[in-house]
Design a protein around this ligand. Structure first.
Ligand SMILES: O=C(O)C1=C[C@@H](OP(=O)(O)O)[C@@H](O)[C@H](O)C1
Ligand SMILES: C=C(OP(=O)(O)O)C(=O)O
Length: 446
């Protein structure tokens, strides 16, 4: 077998010779695709996903559901009525729910959505489902899901660390009911329990008991998507108790859903407009969305750009100036690497707050950003819950990515402004955006 050099390969990040002026079609949202797959698999009738994201995280989700007996048929069409996009073209997946079955094996890779959303699904399967993944997946927090499922009646074998690997011994049904969870390390604990909640005998009432709760837009996304397939969900925002979400038991509808572009994956392209004083159009930017990436309109405007949302999409324009920012990113933690990259190129310091939980993401993102930006000559320090970034002239060098897709795209943003930045393992962007290198060079007109 040929040696796999992907991890050590260095990708010369293209340097921008002038202002970018491009239209970038960003593939579908990871978070929407993986929620839609789970909900479609739990439905009582077939459903469609149009323009799903095809990336490592979503293919792992599809493979896992297939391993438990769900049918997922992939179609690509240029003209027929089963096509993906509203214009009648693209990719569409037909999901055919079936009785969930073990024995099955699930590879979660390093996908938070797969490792957290699927153990509750496995508790509904008839038979054992074994979960395993990348070495990093063993370190990412899962205790909230494991402890809650046990409290709700599931049998789970793990090694006592509250983490992967583990086996869920599904018995075909789960009692459900009220449960307390400390989701301060990941909002995905709450989303995971809510997504399968309609299929638990008594539904589920999740009470978050931790001091902080990150990524609230992602919990809203879960609630919105549950409601759109017919689930009844009571939330703090709909007049319920603070920190309590209640899902009523009931059948889920099969839907026909077109997946929005991934706005967090739009981030490096918007950043390119900001950093080069150029212009980028992202077609199909939704007018209304629960995706956290929508907050980039405000954040990157404060950092020096301006934007307009039209019928064609989001047009983002850089002014040539990049300003530092003092911002709480707890709601939008996954945007931190890209914001840090822009902040390192700004005309004033930045403080990024509220993201201590990023230490347990794909890698320890606070440590990785600090080390890699500083090795290019930057001046970044970690705080208890974020980063201080004092811009300094940067120089070229190797930008290590630690198997983290968002480290790779952050390095590419810096490379636009700094010559001779080489990104280690740019292929790690395949987690959520396999087309990244081509989209990036395409944007630059190469
Ligand atoms: O539910 C989701 O789709 C996600 C929730 C967030 O996780 P955390 O709350 O663990 O940060 C986010 O960072 C992740 O990229 C996707
Ligand atoms: C934190 C992220 O992913 P995951 O879904 O694996 O948690 C991310 O995409 O930034």
């Amino acid at each position: 077998m040929a040696p796999n050099n992907a991890h050590t390969a260095l990708w010369p990040a293209p340097h921008a010779s002038g202002a970018v002026d491009a239209t970038v079609h960003v593939p579908g949202s990871k978070s929407v695709t993986n929620r839609a797959l789970v909900l479609a698999a739990l439905a009582s009738e077939p459903g469609w996903l149009r323009r799903p994201l095809r990336s490592r995280d979503t293919l792992l989700m599809a493979a896992a559901l297939r391993a438990m007996g769900v049918g997922i048929e992939e179609t690509v069409s240029s003209s027929s009525s089963v096509a993906g996009g509203p214009d009648g073209t693209g990719e569409a997946w037909r999901v055919l729910p079936a009785g969930l079955l073990g024995p099955a094996t699930v590879d979660v890779g390093n996908a938070g959505t797969v490792m957290r959303f699927l153990p509750p699904v496995a508790a509904l399967a008839d038979g054992p489902v074994r979960f395993d993944g990348d070495p990093r997946s063993y370190e990412r927090p899962l205790h909230g899901v494991i402890d809650a499922l046990r409290a709700l009646g599931a049998r789970i074998d793990d090694d006592g660390r509250g983490a992967l690997p583990l086996t869920v011994h599904g018995s075909g049904a789960l009692d459900g009911g009220p449960v307390e969870v400390d989701a301060s390390s990941s909002s995905q604990f709450v989303s995971a329990l809510l997504l399968s909640g309609p299929r638990f005998n008594q539904g589920v009432e999740v009470r978050h008991i931790g001091s902080t709760l990150p990524s609230m837009p992602h919990i809203r996304m879960t609630v919105d998507m549950l409601r759109s397939v017919g689930a009844q969900v009571d939330t703090p925002e709909s007049g319920g108790e603070p920190n309590v979400w209640r899902v009523t038991p009931g059948a889920l509808l099969g839907r026909d859903l077109t997946v929005e572009p991934d706005l967090s994956n739009a981030q490096p392209f918007l950043a390119a407009a900001l950093v080069t004083g150029g212009k980028v159009l992202i077609p199909d930017w939704p007018a209304r969305t629960t995706q956290p990436g929508d907050q980039l309109r405000e954040i990157f405007t404060e950092m020096g750009g301006s934007c307009e949302l039209t019928e064609y999409g989001l047009e983002f324009t850089g002014s040539g100036a990049i300003h530092g920012i003092d911002v709480d990113l707890s709601e939008v933690g996954e945007l931190t690497p890209g914001i840090a990259a822009v902040a390192a190129l700004a005309d004033s310091p930045s403080t990024l707050r509220g993201v201590a939980h990023l230490r347990l993401h794909e890698t320890d993102r606070l440590a990785a950003l600090t080390k890699e930006i500083n090795e290019l000559g930057g001046d970044v320090t970690e705080t208890a819950d974020g980063l201080h970034i004092r811009p300094r002239p940067l120089h070229g060098g190797v930008f290590h990515t630690y198997d983290d897709h968002r480290m790779a795209t952050a390095g590419a943003v810096i490379g636009l402004a700094v010559k001779d930045v080489r990104i280690e393992n740019v292929a790690t962007t395949a987690k959520t955006l396999p087309d990244f290198p081509d989209l990036w060079t395409g944007m630059l007109g190469n």
